[in-house]
Design a protein around this ligand. Structure first.
Ligand code: G3I
Length: 381
């Protein structure tokens, strides 16, 4: 097994060297943009996004804000129509599950589990270890002495509670930040400070032990474009994965969050496809975990904004979806009714962003059709 792993990783070493030598990628010379594909128009009664995905051995899903969902039966119905998987936008985070030391509150997460089970949808767990959305008491008590028991005890409790019912766990979220000059390009989080890089080993092993049936995912953003800072993150991601696998850390998949920007002009499809292939070359699966397309850099006009968002997503999906290691796509929300982007990147004109497949009235947009078309065009797994 070790020799197999070494040979697997040897391939990625050369890929790493090539990636590092390539420097800031640019649009590949001579690469002509693919011919525009007729966009299937979403019509009532047409197969939903997950039905189209499942027909090719893929899945489609969305993040859901459980608090928003409770008061919105129409949105609930659309989620059931389009999704085969859901992920709690906030209800599975440490601040929600363990608001006080020693006190677990699974009520919100269990409500989402019941909703998903009733509608025969799978659930992603997001996320076990992160530097955000932690309860205030956690970082106040996290020390090199307490850290291991805190982390592994929490994961054992949470993964044990949901054992056998979670399709994937985002075991670790957004761990990279090369600018922090830490080992392996890791982000200088309280976890790294308290435990060093082995906090990742501890988290993945604890998750594997508590729920071996849940796919264990390392979830990351900012690896999409041929921008220097994102090139560094792609190299860091491949180096980190290689290191973890060499140490026997049971990571099984990478989550590409895919928070895209319709105004970004440096999408290098070949470079992105190679990055996905490099990850897959290590024997790992890939999931598109949080797709949305910010439009704060675009003019206000809605039809052209919607087309630009759809076209941008199509170019990105055309580079990523064809790889057989890619298991499926989730968007970070299904409807423009609510998006984190409006607070994080408010449009200068004050208009709400339109980053998701359905508009605020739950009508399919060109982005819905783009995702549908990507599944329709995908090779069956
Ligand atoms: O539920 C409380 C509410 O009771 C309170 O009145 C309100 C005002 O303080 O806050 C509410 O909690 C907010 C929570 O979202 C639920 O809406 C938190 O303050 C707020 O920080 C939290 O933001 C979420 C953020 O992650 C941090 O957890 C965003 O909705 C969510 O979209 C965002 O999602 C992240 C992924 O987890 C990781 N990838 C990036 C993505 C976008 O940042």
């Amino acid at each position: 097994m070790v020799s197999t792993r070494r040979s697997l990783l040897a391939g990625s070493t050369s890929a790493l060297a090539a990636l590092a030598a390539r420097g800031a990628g640019a649009t590949t010379p001579g690469s002509s943009p693919p011919l525009p594909r007729p966009i299937p128009v979403a019509a009532p009664g047409q197969p939903g996004l997950n039905a189209r995905a499942a027909g090719k051995g893929l899945f489609f899903g969305s993040a859901v804000d459980d608090l928003q969902l409770q008061g919105d039966p129409a949105l609930m119905a659309r989620i059931v129509a389009d999704c085969g998987m859901v992920v709690g936008e906030s209800s599975f985070k440490w601040e929600a599950l363990q608001p006080q030391p020693g006190h677990f509150n699974y009520s919100r997460a269990d409500a989402l589990m019941r909703f998903a089970a009733k509608n025969r949808m799978r659930v992603r767990g997001h996320t076990l270890v992160w530097h955000e959305a932690n309860p205030p008491w956690l970082e106040a008590t996290l020390t090199p002495q307490s850290g291991e028991a805190l982390l592994t005890g929490y994961i054992a409790n949470v993964c044990g509670h949901f054992r056998g019912k979670i399709a994937h766990w985002d075991v670790a979220n957004e761990v990279l930040h090369p600018e922090d000059k830490q080992p392996l390009g890791l982000r200088a989080t309280p976890w790294l400070k308290a435990l060093g890089p082995r906090y990742l080993d501890l988290a993945f092993h604890a998750a594997a032990e508590a729920d071996p049936g849940a796919l264990r995912v390392l979830n990351e953003f900012g690896v999409d474009y041929a921008l220097p800072w994102q090139e560094k993150r792609r190299v860091a991601m491949l180096t980190l994965l290689q290191t973890l696998l060499m140490r026997g850390v049971p990571v099984q998949a990478v989550g590409l969050q895919a928070h895209l920007n319709a105004a970004e002009t440096t999408l290098d499809q070949r470079g992105l496809a190679r990055f996905v292939a490099d990850i897959a070359g290590m024997g790992l699966k890939v999931i598109v975990t949080e797709l949305d397309v910010r439009d704060d850099g675009l003019p206000a006009d809605i039809p052209s904004r919607d087309e630009a968002v759809a076209e941008h997503a199509r170019a990105w999906l055309d580079a990523v979806l064809p790889h057989p290691a890619v298991l499926g796509v989730l968007t970070w929300g299904l409807s423009d009714k609510r998006s984190w982007l409006n607070s994080k990147f408010p449009r200068p004109d004050g208009l709400p962003q339109r980053p998701l497949p359905l508009d605020a009235e739950l009508r399919p947009k060109p982005l819905w059709s783009t995702i549908a078309g990507a599944f329709d065009a995908a090779q069956a797994r």
